[in-house]
Ligand binder design. Structure first.
Ligand SMILES: [Zn+2]
Length: 150
């Protein structure tokens, strides 16, 4: 799989289009209906790192569901969950966007969501929190929460 390509959902017909990362700045059109693709609807192929400054555009303004993983590299549970988060990001590519937020470095986002400890998992849809879990979840459980976002 090309790590640099992104998935973009067509706002007109709903088709998922794969656009190479180096062509994101060009005006791409939908492969199915040929209408222009809005890059605001893009789904990354893996989990993306989001910082305070980008929280609004990357997460709250995103039109589809978003899984937000507040974590810290010092936390053993977080480190054990990371591979699952990355795997799930690829499994759900084009359907759910996966965001990783380092709590220590992004205090504004943490405080906006009253994140007290890591890992904290927030399941969002159209900028609103739908579900929330404090603490690590095994992959099966994560899958269950993620499927409720679809
Ligand atoms: Zn289309």
């Amino acid at each position: 799989m090309n790590q640099d390509s992104i998935l973009v959902g067509c706002a007109h017909c709903g088709a998922k289009n794969r656009v190479p990362g180096n062509r994101v700045r060009e005006q791409a059109v939908c492969g199915k209906c040929r209408r222009p693709l809005s890059m605001a609807n893009r789904y990354p192929d893996g989990a993306v790192d989001v910082i305070d400054r980008d929280f609004n555009t990357q997460i709250l303004a995103f039109p589809g569901p978003v899984f937000v993983f507040f974590w810290s590299p010092n936390c053993g549970y977080c480190r054990r969950m990371l591979p699952d988060v990355d795997t799930l990001a690829r499994d759900y590519a084009g359907r759910i966007k996966f965001a990783k937020v380092l709590l220590d470095q992004n205090p504004v986002s943490g405080s906006n969501y009253a994140v007290q400890s890591v890992p904290t998992l927030i399941f969002m849809k159209k900028g609103r929190q739908v579900d929330r879990v404090t603490g690590a979840l095994p992959r099966m459980e994560l899958d269950r929460y993620l499927s409720r976002l679809l």
